[in-house]
Design a protein around this ligand. Structure first.
Ligand code: ADP
Ligand code: MG
Length: 478
């Protein structure tokens, strides 16, 4: 018997980055042969001890990029040496699982901490002082306040999806958490920290010992504002590492993208038609609201299309079950809110459908980044209402490309139903006062593409219903 030959070979390319044997063994087992670009850039610099802001496209292995140096540098037996903060509970579970896989031949332990789960149950795992915590900000604050965890030993602070973590919804929580980490800049001063002003010391020598901890912030989308804000929480030396293609086209080229010009009352019919035509192996349909996702899932289900929903109205155990089922291929179509737009890594998602176009263009990049991961392919369809041209333009500006118009054979737009008043409940009401918006002087529904140097056919604007602006004040409830 030759059981030796069955062992996967040690990935030399990772060894060349300075990764130690116990982690190399795990990488071999996971069949990671070649480091992705962000991994090749980030791992050596993180091992050298610098603070890092890392930008790379969705699905290019950012988790292992920050995870490997953490596993390499943490010591067995010291609690909470690495704090990894993520925006959703699902992501906490996923990142923790990836770290566990990478740590399988080390004595290091990682524990996910997130809301919606009994704190007592989590305490059980925390009692043994795991070296690594992966958590959502609210629960981490809760655990700190209850003195169940402390930051005494912190050596690494990671913000995954940093732009989301530093946006308005999380900013205060992040500031709260980071202010409790020793020696952190509290977001009030510039880059330089007088305590670690020896920033030009050799990596791995004096500055590393003199500082308390290292920060690594990563995302697929990092605007200049987010970069500036991030730097306030970091200490020199700071490096911004950008994998090629992350900046000019933050989206994945491998995703075939189309938009469909469709009115709210036709969206369901179009979705159904597309699902039947495409027969996706795995698809996520993104909705704007929890309620919308709920209603859409119900409707599809009644129509015989196997699907599940995931959004913030579901209990956490249900959310966990749905994610597990989706990962296991138990059903093909997941109806989701932006809860599932960031970070979620499920192999072989073939289709992303933006049933409601996201208001925030970054969300588009993250949503469609759920497909075409690690070199795979995928399709993304975005439904655009006649008055949503602005949203699509914002997306196109960000991704630096024109999204072509898609078609579905046999699909005819229907006129406004006489009794149309957003009765479906899952279509956001269109704003009647808004004029039609052209991007590249191209009206929605026009089949001509804006190709450089070519004339663009412009159709007269079409409007829905009344053109009289409705003053929002009249609608406000008391
Ligand atoms: P990102 O955070 O950049 O969106 P993830 O960290 O979720 O991407 O990684 C995407 C997938 O690629 C995961 O399933 C991960 O296990 C896998 N992966 C990461 N690095 C490698 C590699 N070097 N070789 C092969 N697969 C990898
Ligand atoms: Mg990620």
């Amino acid at each position: 018997m030759s059981d030796k030959t069955e062992q996967a070979p040690i990935p030399e390319a990772f060894a060349a980055l300075g990764v130690r044997p116990s982690i190399l063994r795990a990488l071999a087992e996971l069949k990671f042969v070649t480091p992705s670009e962000i991994q090749a850039l980030l791992i050596p610099r993180a091992l050298a001890g610098v603070d890092i802001l890392g930008q790379a496209r969705t699905g290019t292995g950012k988790t292992a990029a920050f995870g490997i140096p953490i596993l390499q540098k943490c010591e067995k037996g010291l609690a909470s040496q690495a704090i990894i903060l993520v925006p959703t509970r699902e992501l906490a579970v996923q990142v923790d699982e990836e770290l566990k896989r990478l740590a399988q031949f080390t004595p290091l332990r990682s524990v996910p901490v997130y809301g919606g789960q009994k704190i007592m149950a989590q305490m059980k795992f925390l009692k043994h002082g795991p070296e690594i915590l992966v958590g959502t900000p609210g629960r981490v604050i809760d655990l700190l306040d209850r003195r169940i965890i402390d930051f005494y030993n912190v050596r690494f602070v990671v913000l995954d999806e940093v732009d989301r973590m530093l946006d308005i919804g999380f900013r205060d929580d992040i500031r709260n958490i980071l202010s409790r980490v020793k020696g952190v800049n509290q977001g009030s001063v510039g880059n330089a920290n007088p305590q670690t002003a020896d920033g030009n010391a050799e990596p791995g020598t004096s500055f590393e010992r003199s500082r308390h901890h290292q920060t690594m912030f990563v995302s697929a989308t990092i605007s200049p504002e987010i970069e500036k804000l991030s730097r306030r929480y970091m200490q020199e030396p700071i490096e911004m590492l950008v994998a090629e293609g992350a900046n000019d086209k933050p989206t994945v080229d491998k995703v075939e993208q189309f938009y469909f010009s469709v009115q709210p009352w036709d969206k369901y019919r179009l979705l159904r038609g597309l699902l039947l035509r495409e027969n996706p192996s795995l698809a996520i349909v993104f909705c704007k609201t929890k309620r919308g996702a709920e209603k859409l899932a119900k409707k599809l289900h009644a129509d015989g299309i196997e699907c599940r929903e995931i959004h913030g109205n579901l209990a956490q155990n249900k959310r966990d079950r749905v994610m597990k089922g989706f990962r296991g291929g138990k059903f093909d179509v997941l109806i989701a809110t932006d809860l599932a737009s960031r970070g979620i890594d499920v192999a072989d998602i073939s289709h992303i459908i933006n049933y409601d176009i996201p208001e925030d263009p970054e969300a588009y990049v993250h949503r469609i980044g759920r497909t075409a991961r690690m070199g795979a392919e995928g399709k993304a369809y975005t439904f655009v209402g006649r008055d949503q041209g602005d949203e699509l333009s914002k997306v196109e500006n960000l991704i630096n490309m024109v999204v072509p118009l898609g078609t579905l054979e046999g699909f005819e737009a229907s006129p406004t139903p006489a009794d149309w008043e957003d009765r479906s409940g899952f279509a956001p009401p269109s704003e009647p006062s808004k004029p039609m918006v052209n991007r590249f002087d191209r009206p929605y529904g026009a089949t001509t593409m804006a190709v450089e140097g070519e004339p663009v056919k412009v159709l007269p604007p079409r409007t829905i219903g009344s053109k009289i602006p409705i003053n929002r004040r009249h609608k406000r409830r008391r």
